[in-house]
Design a protein around this ligand. Structure first.
Ligand code: G6P
Length: 608
């Protein structure tokens, strides 16, 4: 949510910042801006709209400067106009600042600044911060930032430059991620490593409450209270190909197609077939401790929450441990009950979602052991949890989550099997599940070969205004996720429902214009789902069924069938979700939507 990039070094800053900014565009894309330190002082350019507009506005002016900051915005305070875009500057145009987060007490600070004679030009919470830095400026930029931040409540990742301090970037973090990148005689500051990956993979993650003073050759980190920090330099394993489209039209399509690989990566080295036990060393829990768990609360947002719901079915059935799944934004405010035998499992692709982080902190305050299921290595959630499992899906750039979801689900199946083997599952049962898990990547590959069939179905329904998704049991959360994918990227109103619940409301909506996607697999509730399909058909609804390979009979009762290979019931979400992702993707493309950057959404939600 909002992308920040800063550069100081020996290269021309403009192209470095522009390409970094484009890598961060998934974080927000309603307006963008840049500040460069030229021989004539600060040059600031800002534009409403996507980064391409900013680029067009700057044109081919060859700025000969090696120092600057840039920003791509997801508006919170003030519309996404040119004036509200970052960077914001002080009245003399000597200090420029970019910000990610929310200054909660900005109204009080605004009043204070107005009393001090400052003029505020924008509706943003950010602008006041640059004036506050100016207010505290006595010749030392870092100290001015430190004193200003001491007055601020809220969250921030900021980068500040000043024409009074050529070659210096001051960066600070509280709740919004910031990374410093080390190149040879150059340094980067960014919201995430993808902005600097083409130059360096050596990084230092700032922690909350830290301020960094960065120059081309050096950097110095202190806390806001001015205690010196000894930073740890880490090497990021992501490669440049992973953050490029690689010939696909969209990142989302690339990421859908990567799933057979990412699912293999999520389980690599973790399947001990001999003993029928997954190995998850990162949990940092001995078998004895795993056996003591009596209750699990899973918390997450968005797609990760849907993965959590699937995890609930898996863990309760395989391990007989009660699971509750809570939206992180709800859990944090409802005085959750934890005891020594309850674990909080937080699921987050980015590892930066503010609500999920806040739920973790609340649980920790109450003494809970907190585990994380995270994709981004070194992210805030990965660092704040007591243990966890990385899903190793690689960078996910498309705003609508696909490969991270399937990897979360497969890792949840490992956790469920591990907990199950600590309790009721035999070696043989463990082995059967592991065998099923091993087969999944090839089965996903098989489903991806029928993309053209799915595209043909999309062509028939892309003009629909509403969609209903139905599923039962462990495929009910898949129905929710299928509906979410469609609404996120195509803006078609879509709802997921437990199939049997349909008659308690949504059935009223069904007519010949309502496509209904039904997950109708050969499992113990198959006959019941078929009855639900009849109810839809009796009202002229158009049914698209996701069915088990070999079920030829179903074709007589529905308008379209998409077949997926057979797997054991608890693993079916890993396959049933794939056609739903493709269906949403192709519908959105046919509607001319911007699939990778859907309106109003952002990938990493670092505001409440
Ligand atoms: C945003 C994204 C979703 C994501 C959710 C949770 O809403 O657009 O794709 O599922 O945040 O993000 P997380 O990184 O915590 O999984």
């Amino acid at each position: 949510m909002c992308g920040i990039v800063g550069y100081v070094g020996h290269k021309k800053a403009l192209p470095v910042l522009m390409s970094g900014l484009k890598r961060l565009e998934y974080r927000g894309y309603d307006s963008a801006g840049i500040a460069l330190l030229t021989d004539h002082g600060l040059m600031v350019a800002k534009s409403a709209g996507k980064i391409a507009r900013l680029e067009a506005m700057i044109g081919d002016i060859d700025y000969n400067c090696e120092h600057g900051i840039a920003h791509t915005r997801w508006a919170t305070h003030g519309e996404p106009t040119q004036i509200n875009a970052h960077p914001h500057t002080d009245a003399r145009g000597e200090i420029a600042l970019v910000h990610n987060g929310i200054i909660e007490n900005f109204r009080a600070i605004r009043e204070f600044l107005i009393q001090q004679g400052f003029t505020i030009k924008t509706e943003t919470d950010t602008e006041i911060l640059v004036h506050l830095i100016r207010f505290h400026y006595r010749g030392n930029l870092t100290e001015a930032v430190r004193n200003a931040l001491a007055q601020v409540d809220g969250t921030y990742g900021i980068a500040v430059i000043s024409s009074l301090h050529p070659g210096v970037i001051v960066a600070a973090r509280m709740g919004s991620p910031l990374v410093i990148g080390h190149g040879d005689g150059e340094k980067f500051v960014a919201s995430d490593v993808s902005a600097m990956l083409e130059h360096t993979n050596r990084v230092v993650y700032l922690d909350d409450g830290e301020i960094a003073t960065v120059t081309a050759d050096d950097y110095n980190i202190t806390t806001i209270q001015n205690v010196k920090i000894t930073p740890q330099v880490e090497e990021v394993s992501w490669t440049l190909d992973q953050i490029e489209k690689g010939g696909y039209d969209h990142f989302m399509l690339k990421e859908i197609h990567e799933q057979s690989t990412t699912l293999r990566n999520a389980t690599r080295g973790r399947l001990n077939y001999e003993e029928g036990i997954p190995r998850l060393d990162g949990l940092n829990l001995q078998y004895e401790e795993l056996r003591r768990i009596r209750r699990i609360i899973i918390t997450a947002c968005g797609t990760s929450w849907h993965a959590g719901l699937i995890g609930e079915y898996m863990i309760e059935e395989l391990a007989r441990v009660p699971v509750e799944v809570e939206y992180a934004s709800e859990l944090r405010y409802r005085s959750p009950i934890f005891d020594d035998h309850t674990i909080l499992l937080a699921i987050s692709q980015s590892g930066e979602t503010t609500d999920t982080m806040a739920a973790i902190r609340e649980a920790k305050k109450r003494g809970a052991t907190v585990l994380g299921l995270v994709n981004v290595v070194g992210s805030s959630i990965a660092r704040e949890t007591d243990g966890g499992v990385y899903i190793h899906a690689g960078p996910e750039i498309g705003v609508a989550s696909t490969k991270a979801f399937s990897s979360q689900v497969i890792v949840l199946s490992l956790i469920a099997t591990l907990l199950g083997r600590m309790r009721q599952l035999s070696v043989q049962q463990g082995q059967e599940i592991i065998q099923g898990i091993e087969n999944i990547p090839a089965q996903v590959e098989q489903i991806l070969t029928i993309e053209e069939e799915i595209k043909a179905i999309a062509a028939q329904y892309y003009k629909a205004n509403n969609f209903l998704y139905l599923g039962r049991g462990i495929n009910y959360p898949v129905a929710l996720e299928g509906a979410l994918k469609l609404k996120e990227i195509s803006y078609i109103h879509a709802e997921g429902y437990p199939a049997a619940e349909m008659k308690h409301g949504p059935i009223a909506l069904i007519d010949q214009n309502m496509p209904v996607v039904v997950i109708a697999l050969k499992d113990p509730v198959y006959d019941k789902v078929m009855s639900n399909i009849s109810e839809v058909r009796a009202r002229n609804g158009q049914v698209i069924a996701i069915a088990t390979e070999g079920d030829t009979e179903i074709a007589n009762h529905v308008n379209h069938v998409i077949y997926i290979p057979y797997t054991s019931r608890l693993l079916t979400p890993l396959l049933s979700i794939i056609p739903l992702q493709l269906l949403a993707y192709h519908i959105a493309v046919m509607r001319g939507c911007h699939v990778d950057q859907p309106r109003n959404l952002a990938k990493s939600v670092t505001v409440e």
